[in-house]
Design a binder for this molecule. Structure first.
Ligand code: NI
Length: 172
C-alpha cells in the first residue's frame, strides 16, 4: 500500500540533490505533464481511485491547484511579511467538497497552468537570500521557501506518479 500511495517515496529533503533552478523548471513542466497524464481518460476512468480507498484521479487533479494555490499565497506572504504564520487547510475535506464533482479536469489543468505561470515567474525573480525567508506552519514550525519549493516540486511529481502508475497497472 505504501508503494501505491507514495510511488516516488515520501518527501525526504536529505535525498534531494537537484538545484533550486531544477525545481523551478519542474514546476513549469508540471501542468503539461498533468495534461498528458490524464489525456484520453474516460469519465469512468477519472472516477477510479488511484489506490484502494484513495482519491479518484479526478480528485487528485482538482487537489493540485487547491494545494498549489495555497502554496503560491504562502510564498507571497513570506516575501512580504516577517515570518508569517500561515493558515493550514484540511486537504481531505477540500478534496471531498462537492465544488469540483462536476467540473471537468481540464478546468483544473488550465487553472494549474495559469497559476504556475505566475508562481514560476515569481520564483525566477527571487534572489538567493529570499529563498531563506519563510513562513511558520502552526504544527510544523518554520519552513524556508527553498524547502517549500523542494516540497512542492516533490508534491507535483508525487501526484503525477499516482496517476501514471494507475494507468500502467490498468493498462490504460
Ligand atoms: Ni497532495
Amino acid at each position: 500500500m505504501e508503494n501505491l500511495r507514495y510511488p516516488i517515496g515520501r518527501f525526504d529533503l536529505s535525498r534531494q540533490k537537484e538545484s533550486v533552478d531544477w525545481h523551478i523548471w519542474m514546476l513549469s513542466e508540471t501542468p503539461n505533464r498533468l495534461r498528458d497524464a490524464v489525456s484520453g481518460l474516460t469519465p469512468e476512468q477519472l472516477n477510479t481511485p488511484y489506490r484502494p480507498g484513495g482519491w479518484t484521479v479526478r480528485q487528485v487533479v482538482h487537489h493540485l491547484p487547491d494545494s498549489h494555490l495555497n502554496g503560491y499565497l504562502r510564498f507571497k506572504l513570506a516575501l512580504t511579511e516577517n515570518r508569517p504564520t500561515i493558515q493550514p487547510y484540511n486537504q481531505d475535506r477540500w478534496a471531498k467538497l462537492s465544488d469540483t464533482a462536476d467540473i471537468p479536469v481540464e478546468v483544473s489543468v488550465q487553472f494549474l497552468d495559469t497559476l504556475h505561470q505566475r508562481w514560476v515567474g515569481l520564483l525566477q525573480t527571487m534572489r538567493p537570500e529570499q529563498f531563506q525567508k519563510g513562513y511558520v506552519h502552526p504544527d510544523e514550525g518554520f519552513l524556508s521557501l527553498e524547502k517549500a519549493l523542494r516540497h512542492y516540486s516533490w508534491h507535483s511529481r508525487h501526484h503525477l506518479a499516482q496517476i501514471l502508475t494507475l494507468r500502467e497497472r490498468m493498462n490504460w
